[in-house]
Design a binder for this molecule. Structure first.
Ligand SMILES: Nc1ncnc2c1ncn2[C@@H]1O[C@H](COP(=O)(O)OP(=O)(O)OP(=O)(O)O)[C@@H](O)[C@H]1O
Ligand SMILES: [Mg+2]
Length: 319
Protein backbone atom coordinates (compact mmCIF):
# COMPACT_ATOMS: atom_id res chain seq x y z
CA UNK A 1 0.00 0.00 0.00
CA UNK A 2 1.41 3.41 -0.84
CA UNK A 3 2.06 6.16 1.61
CA UNK A 4 0.55 9.40 0.33
CA UNK A 5 2.25 11.45 3.02
CA UNK A 6 5.65 10.56 1.55
CA UNK A 7 4.50 12.04 -1.73
CA UNK A 8 3.51 15.31 -0.09
CA UNK A 9 6.91 16.06 1.42
CA UNK A 10 8.43 18.53 2.25
CA UNK A 11 5.83 19.46 4.82
CA UNK A 12 7.86 21.37 7.40
CA UNK A 13 5.86 24.60 7.67
CA UNK A 14 3.16 24.70 10.34
CA UNK A 15 0.38 24.48 9.69
CA UNK A 16 1.15 23.00 6.31
CA UNK A 17 -1.75 23.73 3.96
CA UNK A 18 -2.70 21.24 1.23
CA UNK A 19 -4.95 22.79 -1.42
CA UNK A 20 -6.78 20.25 -3.57
CA UNK A 21 -7.79 21.59 -7.00
CA UNK A 22 -9.54 20.09 -10.01
CA UNK A 23 -12.68 20.09 -12.14
CA UNK A 24 -16.06 19.36 -10.58
CA UNK A 25 -16.77 15.67 -10.06
CA UNK A 26 -13.21 14.38 -10.61
CA UNK A 27 -12.83 13.26 -7.00
CA UNK A 28 -11.50 16.31 -5.13
CA UNK A 29 -13.53 15.58 -2.03
CA UNK A 30 -12.63 11.88 -2.03
CA UNK A 31 -8.94 12.73 -2.50
CA UNK A 32 -9.09 15.40 0.22
CA UNK A 33 -10.55 12.90 2.68
CA UNK A 34 -7.93 10.31 1.76
CA UNK A 35 -5.04 12.76 2.15
CA UNK A 36 -6.41 14.16 5.43
CA UNK A 37 -6.76 10.72 6.89
CA UNK A 38 -3.14 9.91 5.93
CA UNK A 39 -1.78 13.19 7.27
CA UNK A 40 -3.66 12.80 10.54
CA UNK A 41 -1.30 9.94 11.39
CA UNK A 42 1.52 12.51 11.48
CA UNK A 43 -0.33 15.21 13.42
CA UNK A 44 -3.62 16.99 14.07
CA UNK A 45 -5.27 17.55 10.71
CA UNK A 46 -8.19 19.72 9.72
CA UNK A 47 -10.03 19.10 6.47
CA UNK A 48 -12.05 22.12 5.48
CA UNK A 49 -14.48 22.09 2.61
CA UNK A 50 -15.40 25.10 0.51
CA UNK A 51 -17.47 22.98 -1.80
CA UNK A 52 -20.80 24.85 -2.05
CA UNK A 53 -22.55 21.50 -2.58
CA UNK A 54 -21.28 20.37 0.87
CA UNK A 55 -20.68 16.79 -0.31
CA UNK A 56 -18.27 16.21 2.52
CA UNK A 57 -21.15 16.19 4.98
CA UNK A 58 -22.72 13.33 3.06
CA UNK A 59 -19.52 11.27 2.91
CA UNK A 60 -18.86 11.71 6.61
CA UNK A 61 -22.49 11.51 7.66
CA UNK A 62 -22.45 14.93 9.30
CA UNK A 63 -25.60 16.99 9.54
CA UNK A 64 -24.42 20.58 10.09
CA UNK A 65 -22.04 23.08 8.42
CA UNK A 66 -19.47 25.32 10.00
CA UNK A 67 -18.81 23.37 13.15
CA UNK A 68 -15.74 21.32 13.83
CA UNK A 69 -16.28 17.56 13.77
CA UNK A 70 -13.88 14.92 14.91
CA UNK A 71 -13.72 12.10 12.37
CA UNK A 72 -11.08 10.09 14.23
CA UNK A 73 -8.34 10.80 16.78
CA UNK A 74 -6.43 13.54 14.97
CA UNK A 75 -8.68 14.02 11.95
CA UNK A 76 -11.11 16.94 12.13
CA UNK A 77 -13.44 18.28 9.49
CA UNK A 78 -15.33 21.49 8.91
CA UNK A 79 -17.69 22.53 6.12
CA UNK A 80 -17.70 26.25 5.49
CA UNK A 81 -21.15 27.80 5.37
CA UNK A 82 -20.54 30.22 2.52
CA UNK A 83 -23.84 32.06 2.81
CA UNK A 84 -23.52 32.68 6.55
CA UNK A 85 -19.85 33.70 6.17
CA UNK A 86 -20.71 36.06 3.31
CA UNK A 87 -23.36 37.73 5.46
CA UNK A 88 -20.93 38.07 8.36
CA UNK A 89 -18.24 39.47 6.10
CA UNK A 90 -20.42 42.06 4.38
CA UNK A 91 -21.75 43.37 7.68
CA UNK A 92 -18.19 43.47 9.05
CA UNK A 93 -17.13 45.58 6.06
CA UNK A 94 -20.17 47.87 6.39
CA UNK A 95 -19.38 48.46 10.06
CA UNK A 96 -15.78 49.15 9.20
CA UNK A 97 -16.77 51.76 6.60
CA UNK A 98 -19.22 53.31 9.08
CA UNK A 99 -16.54 53.54 11.78
CA UNK A 100 -13.81 54.83 9.53
CA UNK A 101 -15.90 57.31 7.57
CA UNK A 102 -18.83 58.50 9.71
CA UNK A 103 -19.42 61.33 7.23
CA UNK A 104 -20.47 58.74 4.65
CA UNK A 105 -23.89 58.46 6.28
CA UNK A 106 -25.39 59.66 2.99
CA UNK A 107 -24.73 56.16 1.68
CA UNK A 108 -27.32 53.66 2.76
CA UNK A 109 -25.04 50.93 4.03
CA UNK A 110 -27.94 48.59 4.79
CA UNK A 111 -28.91 48.58 1.12
CA UNK A 112 -25.33 48.09 0.06
CA UNK A 113 -24.96 45.12 2.42
CA UNK A 114 -28.13 43.53 1.02
CA UNK A 115 -27.00 44.07 -2.58
CA UNK A 116 -23.58 42.60 -1.82
CA UNK A 117 -25.18 39.28 -1.01
CA UNK A 118 -25.67 38.72 -4.75
CA UNK A 119 -22.58 40.57 -5.94
CA UNK A 120 -19.94 38.73 -7.93
CA UNK A 121 -16.80 38.06 -5.98
CA UNK A 122 -18.37 37.45 -2.58
CA UNK A 123 -17.56 33.73 -2.56
CA UNK A 124 -13.97 34.49 -3.54
CA UNK A 125 -13.73 37.02 -0.72
CA UNK A 126 -15.10 34.52 1.82
CA UNK A 127 -12.68 31.87 0.59
CA UNK A 128 -9.71 34.26 0.71
CA UNK A 129 -10.57 35.48 4.19
CA UNK A 130 -10.70 31.98 5.43
CA UNK A 131 -7.41 31.10 3.69
CA UNK A 132 -5.72 34.06 5.40
CA UNK A 133 -6.83 32.68 8.78
CA UNK A 134 -5.76 29.13 7.96
CA UNK A 135 -2.07 30.00 7.91
CA UNK A 136 -2.32 31.33 11.47
CA UNK A 137 -4.00 28.23 12.88
CA UNK A 138 -2.02 27.02 15.84
CA UNK A 139 -4.13 23.96 16.68
CA UNK A 140 -3.39 21.97 13.54
CA UNK A 141 -0.27 20.64 11.95
CA UNK A 142 -2.01 20.15 8.60
CA UNK A 143 -4.97 21.83 6.97
CA UNK A 144 -6.38 20.22 3.82
CA UNK A 145 -8.59 22.45 1.69
CA UNK A 146 -11.29 20.90 -0.50
CA UNK A 147 -11.92 23.71 -2.96
CA UNK A 148 -14.96 25.13 -4.78
CA UNK A 149 -15.15 24.98 -8.63
CA UNK A 150 -11.84 25.77 -10.36
CA UNK A 151 -12.85 29.26 -11.58
CA UNK A 152 -13.61 30.48 -8.04
CA UNK A 153 -10.47 28.84 -6.65
CA UNK A 154 -8.12 30.36 -9.21
CA UNK A 155 -9.69 33.81 -8.91
CA UNK A 156 -9.32 33.58 -5.11
CA UNK A 157 -5.68 32.60 -5.38
CA UNK A 158 -4.92 35.64 -7.58
CA UNK A 159 -6.66 38.06 -5.22
CA UNK A 160 -3.74 38.66 -2.79
CA UNK A 161 -1.54 39.83 -5.66
CA UNK A 162 -4.29 42.04 -7.07
CA UNK A 163 -5.22 43.48 -3.65
CA UNK A 164 -1.59 44.30 -2.92
CA UNK A 165 -1.37 46.34 -6.14
CA UNK A 166 -4.50 48.29 -5.16
CA UNK A 167 -3.40 48.67 -1.56
CA UNK A 168 -0.07 50.22 -2.56
CA UNK A 169 -1.97 52.86 -4.54
CA UNK A 170 -4.55 53.45 -1.81
CA UNK A 171 -1.87 53.72 0.86
CA UNK A 172 -0.04 56.22 -1.28
CA UNK A 173 -3.17 58.37 -1.73
CA UNK A 174 -4.13 58.11 1.95
CA UNK A 175 -0.61 59.02 3.11
CA UNK A 176 -0.80 62.15 0.95
CA UNK A 177 -4.20 63.06 2.39
CA UNK A 178 -2.98 62.55 5.96
CA UNK A 179 0.15 64.63 5.44
CA UNK A 180 -1.83 67.41 3.74
CA UNK A 181 -4.32 67.38 6.60
CA UNK A 182 -1.42 67.65 9.01
CA UNK A 183 0.08 70.63 7.20
CA UNK A 184 -3.28 72.42 6.98
CA UNK A 185 -4.06 71.84 10.67
CA UNK A 186 -0.61 73.07 11.68
CA UNK A 187 -0.96 76.16 9.48
CA UNK A 188 -4.34 76.95 11.01
CA UNK A 189 -2.92 76.34 14.49
CA UNK A 190 -5.37 73.49 15.18
CA UNK A 191 -4.78 70.35 17.17
CA UNK A 192 -3.03 67.78 14.95
CA UNK A 193 -4.08 64.10 14.96
CA UNK A 194 -1.11 62.00 14.01
CA UNK A 195 -2.64 58.56 13.63
CA UNK A 196 -5.21 57.84 10.95
CA UNK A 197 -7.51 54.81 11.48
CA UNK A 198 -8.06 54.35 7.73
CA UNK A 199 -4.33 54.27 7.07
CA UNK A 200 -3.78 51.83 9.94
CA UNK A 201 -6.44 49.57 8.44
CA UNK A 202 -4.77 49.76 5.02
CA UNK A 203 -1.40 48.81 6.54
CA UNK A 204 -3.08 45.89 8.35
CA UNK A 205 -4.62 44.69 5.10
CA UNK A 206 -1.29 44.97 3.29
CA UNK A 207 0.32 42.89 6.00
CA UNK A 208 -2.41 40.22 5.88
CA UNK A 209 -2.36 39.81 2.09
CA UNK A 210 1.45 39.88 1.87
CA UNK A 211 1.60 37.03 4.37
CA UNK A 212 -0.90 34.88 2.51
CA UNK A 213 0.72 35.64 -0.85
CA UNK A 214 4.07 34.57 0.54
CA UNK A 215 2.61 31.42 2.13
CA UNK A 216 0.80 30.38 -1.05
CA UNK A 217 3.99 30.47 -3.06
CA UNK A 218 6.16 28.85 -0.39
CA UNK A 219 6.31 25.05 -0.92
CA UNK A 220 7.13 24.41 2.73
CA UNK A 221 3.84 26.11 3.75
CA UNK A 222 1.58 25.05 0.87
CA UNK A 223 1.19 21.94 -1.27
CA UNK A 224 -1.04 22.00 -4.32
CA UNK A 225 -2.65 18.70 -5.26
CA UNK A 226 -4.42 18.62 -8.64
CA UNK A 227 -6.98 15.92 -9.37
CA UNK A 228 -8.10 14.88 -12.85
CA UNK A 229 -9.77 12.02 -14.73
CA UNK A 230 -8.69 10.46 -18.04
CA UNK A 231 -11.29 12.55 -19.88
CA UNK A 232 -10.85 15.62 -22.11
CA UNK A 233 -12.46 18.29 -19.90
CA UNK A 234 -10.84 17.32 -16.57
CA UNK A 235 -7.49 17.13 -18.40
CA UNK A 236 -8.11 20.54 -19.97
CA UNK A 237 -8.69 21.98 -16.48
CA UNK A 238 -5.59 20.21 -15.18
CA UNK A 239 -3.49 21.96 -17.85
CA UNK A 240 -5.13 25.30 -16.99
CA UNK A 241 -4.44 24.84 -13.27
CA UNK A 242 -0.80 23.88 -13.86
CA UNK A 243 -0.34 26.91 -16.11
CA UNK A 244 -1.94 29.11 -13.47
CA UNK A 245 0.31 27.77 -10.70
CA UNK A 246 3.48 28.37 -12.65
CA UNK A 247 2.55 31.66 -14.32
CA UNK A 248 0.51 33.38 -11.61
CA UNK A 249 1.93 31.95 -8.39
CA UNK A 250 5.38 31.03 -9.66
CA UNK A 251 5.06 27.68 -7.89
CA UNK A 252 4.51 24.01 -8.76
CA UNK A 253 2.09 21.28 -7.86
CA UNK A 254 3.20 18.85 -5.18
CA UNK A 255 1.12 15.92 -6.40
CA UNK A 256 -1.07 15.05 -9.40
CA UNK A 257 -3.86 12.51 -9.06
CA UNK A 258 -5.54 10.83 -12.00
CA UNK A 259 -8.70 9.33 -10.55
CA UNK A 260 -11.31 7.01 -12.10
CA UNK A 261 -8.97 5.27 -14.54
CA UNK A 262 -11.03 2.59 -16.28
CA UNK A 263 -9.59 -0.93 -16.65
CA UNK A 264 -8.43 -1.37 -20.25
CA UNK A 265 -11.06 -3.98 -21.15
CA UNK A 266 -13.86 -1.76 -19.81
CA UNK A 267 -12.54 1.28 -21.71
CA UNK A 268 -12.34 -0.86 -24.83
CA UNK A 269 -15.94 -2.00 -24.41
CA UNK A 270 -17.04 1.60 -23.95
CA UNK A 271 -15.08 2.70 -27.01
CA UNK A 272 -12.95 5.13 -24.98
CA UNK A 273 -9.74 3.09 -24.91
CA UNK A 274 -7.78 5.22 -27.40
CA UNK A 275 -8.91 8.50 -25.86
CA UNK A 276 -8.12 7.32 -22.31
CA UNK A 277 -4.73 5.97 -23.38
CA UNK A 278 -3.72 9.26 -25.02
CA UNK A 279 -4.70 11.22 -21.89
CA UNK A 280 -2.92 8.77 -19.58
CA UNK A 281 0.22 9.05 -21.75
CA UNK A 282 0.05 12.81 -21.41
CA UNK A 283 -0.53 12.58 -17.64
CA UNK A 284 2.38 10.19 -17.17
CA UNK A 285 4.69 12.56 -19.03
CA UNK A 286 3.93 15.49 -16.70
CA UNK A 287 6.77 16.39 -14.33
CA UNK A 288 6.55 15.98 -10.55
CA UNK A 289 4.92 13.37 -8.33
CA UNK A 290 1.81 11.64 -9.56
CA UNK A 291 -0.52 8.77 -8.73
CA UNK A 292 -3.43 7.01 -10.40
CA UNK A 293 -6.59 5.64 -8.80
CA UNK A 294 -8.66 3.11 -10.76
CA UNK A 295 -12.37 3.52 -11.34
CA UNK A 296 -14.15 1.36 -8.81
CA UNK A 297 -17.50 -0.11 -9.69
CA UNK A 298 -19.14 0.90 -6.40
CA UNK A 299 -18.49 4.66 -6.27
CA UNK A 300 -17.37 5.60 -2.75
CA UNK A 301 -20.19 7.04 -0.71
CA UNK A 302 -18.91 6.61 2.85
CA UNK A 303 -15.68 7.30 4.69
CA UNK A 304 -14.71 3.60 4.76
CA UNK A 305 -15.13 3.34 0.95
CA UNK A 306 -12.90 6.35 0.42
CA UNK A 307 -10.22 5.08 2.80
CA UNK A 308 -10.24 1.80 0.91
CA UNK A 309 -9.12 3.69 -2.23
CA UNK A 310 -5.70 3.84 -0.56
CA UNK A 311 -5.25 0.14 -1.29
CA UNK A 312 -5.63 0.67 -5.04
CA UNK A 313 -3.58 3.87 -5.52
CA UNK A 314 -0.72 3.34 -7.97
CA UNK A 315 2.36 5.56 -7.89
CA UNK A 316 3.20 6.83 -11.36
CA UNK A 317 6.10 9.05 -10.37
CA UNK A 318 7.43 9.15 -6.84
CA UNK A 319 10.01 11.91 -7.09
N1 LIG B 1 -12.06 6.06 -7.97
C1 LIG B 1 -13.37 6.23 -8.14
N2 LIG B 1 -14.10 5.33 -8.79
C2 LIG B 1 -15.42 5.49 -8.97
N3 LIG B 1 -16.12 6.53 -8.52
C3 LIG B 1 -15.45 7.47 -7.86
C4 LIG B 1 -14.05 7.40 -7.61
N4 LIG B 1 -13.66 8.49 -6.92
C5 LIG B 1 -14.76 9.22 -6.72
N5 LIG B 1 -15.85 8.65 -7.28
C6 LIG B 1 -17.24 9.12 -7.30
O1 LIG B 1 -17.29 10.29 -8.11
C7 LIG B 1 -18.20 11.24 -7.59
C8 LIG B 1 -17.48 12.55 -7.36
O2 LIG B 1 -16.48 12.36 -6.36
P1 LIG B 1 -16.08 13.56 -5.38
O3 LIG B 1 -17.30 14.02 -4.66
O4 LIG B 1 -14.94 13.11 -4.58
O5 LIG B 1 -15.64 14.60 -6.50
P2 LIG B 1 -15.49 16.19 -6.41
O6 LIG B 1 -14.44 16.55 -7.40
O7 LIG B 1 -15.29 16.60 -5.01
O8 LIG B 1 -16.92 16.64 -6.91
P3 LIG B 1 -17.62 18.09 -6.76
O9 LIG B 1 -16.98 18.96 -7.78
O10 LIG B 1 -19.05 17.79 -7.06
O11 LIG B 1 -17.38 18.56 -5.36
C9 LIG B 1 -18.77 10.63 -6.32
O12 LIG B 1 -19.99 10.01 -6.62
C10 LIG B 1 -17.74 9.57 -5.94
O13 LIG B 1 -18.32 8.51 -5.23
MG1 LIG C 1 -16.35 17.96 -3.81
Amino acid sequence: MINLTDLLRPIEGEPHVVIVLGKGGVGKTSTSILISSELSRLGRTLLVSFDPAKHILKYLDISKSAELFRVSDDFFVSQLDIEASAKELTSKYSNLIRDLFPSLSVLNLEDITKALKYAPGVEEEVFLNWLCDVYDMKDFRFVVVDTPPTGISLRTLTLPKLYLLWLEKLINIRERIVSLRYVIAKTLGREVKVSDPALIKLYEMRDRYSKVKEALTNPSRTSFVVVTNPEPLPMYELREVLKFLSEELATNHKLLVMNKVLPEDVAERLGTYEEQKALIDEFVSLPGRSVMIPYISNPPSKLEDILRLREVVVVVRGA
